[in-house]
Design a protein around this ligand. Structure first.
Ligand code: TXA
Ligand code: MG
Length: 340
């Protein structure tokens, strides 16, 4: 199959291009599109055959459920049988935006979308291209991140092509996504409510709406699809979590040792540390330590670009685990995990 790429300007949306993409969705095809977090690989959420093509294209196991994207808050009422006031408060505060809510599903939702679970994950993306596509397709769109299973998520159309060229019908190329890490997933089917994945909306912000939320527990696999190893480039990733001088010393020691053994070594560093490394390393800057949203926006591009350079081992500096830092550190720990 030939993968068509349509360039589209999010500030001035060309309706004909959206219509062309919407026709692909209506006919049961696959369209990759930008959201505010990462690119999604979309299919008609109410067409099980179309949804099954997502799993095939991504080589994703069927026990990893999908997020359903809606273009209108009201659509929540079709997809879930239990929408309480607290759900609506969260929707009003954070939608459209990078918050995915896990709710009891309604009977019309096919089990292929939810991997047989009685719950469904839903979000309304904050991106005009995504919202126009969902509205023009006249159906909610099931969409995981548009990468091959296990790889870093795509934040540009080029990243989507790298992984899925020839396997999907169309890519709407709306440029680089803003947030750079995926949505926060909040499970509302049990109390206390629980964060299943840290992401674009941080715990501190969620707690302004509901105080009783259990924070993310990275070492526990609480839902299907939460694998220990994920977001991984081809290169081996070693994460150094210390701070300050101890971190720089350890990154230097590990990088030097791999280099001595003959590996092509890259290091991913905070801006302020870039001149603190000696040796023959491929240095990439994640961003300034205090600008965690900048770091999040660069994260997956940096990981993918090491692969392009042929780097074999990436030694990565960790960042502060506050705000978006929680999502960044989760992705880095998973990228560095050596088994599932
Ligand atoms: O920002 C995002 O969320 C992006 C964009 C495209 O919207 N999407 C995304 O989808 O990251 P994906 O498939 O890469 O991650 C979805 C994860 C699954 O791996 C699973 O862990 C969780 O959402 N999930 C989906 N349905 C669930 C459910 N019913 N219960 C618990 N977790 C669920
Ligand atoms: Mg994903």
């Amino acid at each position: 199959m030939e993968t068509k790429v349509l360039k589209i300007n999010s500030a001035q949306i060309d309706k004909d291009l959206i219509q062309e993409a919407a026709e692909v969705i209506k006919k049961g095809g696959l369209v990759a599109f930008p959201t505010e977090t990462v690119y999604g690989l979309g299919a008609d959420a109410f067409n099980p055959d179309a949804v099954s093509k997502i799993f095939a294209a991504k080589e994703r196991p069927f026990n990893d459920p999908l997020i359903v994207h809606v273009g209108d808050k009201q659509d929540l009422l079709k997809l879930s049988v239990e929408v309480y006031k607290i759900t609506l408060d969260l929707v009003d505060a954070f939608w459209p935006g990078p918050l995915t809510l896990v709710l009891r599903k309604s009977a019309i939702v096919s089990s292929i979308v939810t991997s047989g679970l009685e719950s469904i994950a839903v979000r309304m993306p904050d991106n005009p291209i995504a919202l126009s596509l969902i509205k023009a397709a006249m159906t909610p769109i099931a969409a995981p991140s548009a990468n091959l299973f296990g790889r870093p998520s795509p934040v540009t159309a080029e990243h989507v092509l790298e992984d899925l060229e020839g396997k999907i019908n169309l890519i709407l190329d709306g440029g680089k996504t803003q947030v750079g890490v995926e949505s926060t997933i909040l499970d509302l089917t049990q109390t206390p409510f629980r964060i299943l994945r840290p992401g674009g909306v941080n715990l501190e912000s969620l707690r302004t709406i509901i105080t009783d939320i259990e924070p993310y527990q990275g070492d526990k696999i609480l839902s299907p699809g939460m694998f220990k190893r994920h977001y991984s480039p081809k290169a081996r990733v070693i994460l150094v979590e210390e701070n300050g001088k101890a971190q720089i010393d350890r990154v230097n020691a590990i990088a030097s040792e791999f280099s001595r053994q003959g590996y092509g070594v890259g290091i991913m560093v905070k801006e302020e540390n870039k001149d603190k490394y000696n040796g023959d390393f491929n240095i990439k800057i994640l961003g300034q330590a205090k600008n965690l949203s900048g770091c999040a926006a660069n994260l997956f591009t940096a990981l993918r670009s090491f692969d392009k350079d042929g780097t074999q081992v990436i030694v990565a500096e960790g960042v502060k685990e506050e705000g978006l830092g929680a999502a960044i550190m989760d992705r880095l720990r998973k990228a560095a995990a050596r088994d599932n």
